[in-house]
Design a protein around this ligand. Structure first.
Ligand code: MN
Length: 249
């Protein structure tokens, strides 16, 4: 099996290195990743300027672009033969609930999925972006890849995986979950630049709002690995009839 590894924390991130090293034990691994931290890049593609790709060694490519650029370019000619699977991460913080909309980690996996490959996004549910036990998340990734290789998971696969930041072997197990939901993000913080102009830092994500039974938030809070199968269809199916009815009158 050939696996494309990418991330959004950048090619030098410890999470990516830990993931790639662990997967090398079970697969042929190639890494195509952003040259710097592109967290929050979501599904953005760089369209107005060319994207420079630098080959670091036989298996690593550094990309001056977004996570989505990385996977798109990798699967559109850079990497041959084509990988069988995309694994993104290990992100240095959780991607729970609506984080998945903004996440470059999830976007990298989603790009693989959109281009026809099974894909897994892996995040370490660390406190304040100071992840410790990346090895725990890497173990989970390897376990899922083994399951996939054995044909035990659907071929059409887009998984969002969040792993508690605990010592390897001490997570309580795996739970298949639905996405929860956060409160709106915290306020932006305005500051003055050296020339007296106002600039803004985007605030951190809001606290958890829907953390109810079956959610990813609940699973991670209770010490379980959260595994959410995702779909790209954003249609609000339950509202189709209501909107159609309102517009027909
Ligand atoms: Mn990140």
């Amino acid at each position: 099996m050939r696996i494309l590894v990418s991330n959004d924390d950048g090619i030098d991130a410890i999470g990516l290195r830990t993931l790639a090293r662990a997967l090398e034990a079970v697969a042929d691994v190639v890494v195509v990743a952003p040259d710097r931290d592109r967290s929050g890049a979501s599904n953005s593609l760089t369209l107005e300027v060319p994207v420079r790709v630098t080959q670091v060694d036989a298996r690593h490519w550094r990309v001056a672009g977004t996570p989505t650029d990385c996977v798109h370019i990798a699967l559109s000619g850079l990497i041959s033969p084509s990988p069988d699977l995309v694994v993104s991460g290990i992100n240095n913080s959780a991607n729970l609930g609506d984080d998945t909309i903004y996440s470059g980690t999830v976007a990298a996996a989603m790009e693989g999925h959109l281009l026809g490959l099974p894909a897994i996004a892996v995040s370490l549910a660390s406190a304040d972006h100071v992840g410790e036990h990346f090895a725990t998340a890497a173990e989970v990734a390897v376990a899922l890849v083994r399951r996939f290789a054995a044909g035990e998971l659907p071929r059409e696969l887009l998984l969002n995986v969040n792993v508690p930041d605990v010592w390897p072997g001490t997570a309580r197990g795996m739970r298949v979950t639905r996405l929860g939901f956060r409160h709106r993000a915290q306020a932006t913080s305005p500051q003055l630049d050296p020339r007296g102009r106002t600039v803004y830092w985007i605030g951190p994500p809001g606290g958890a709002r829907d953390t109810g039974p079956g959610t990813d938030f609940e699973a991670v809070a209770e010490g379980y690995v959260s595994i959410t199968p995702l779909t790209v269809d954003l249609t609000r199916h339950a509202q189709l009839a209501a909107v159609a009815g309102a517009l027909s009158s």
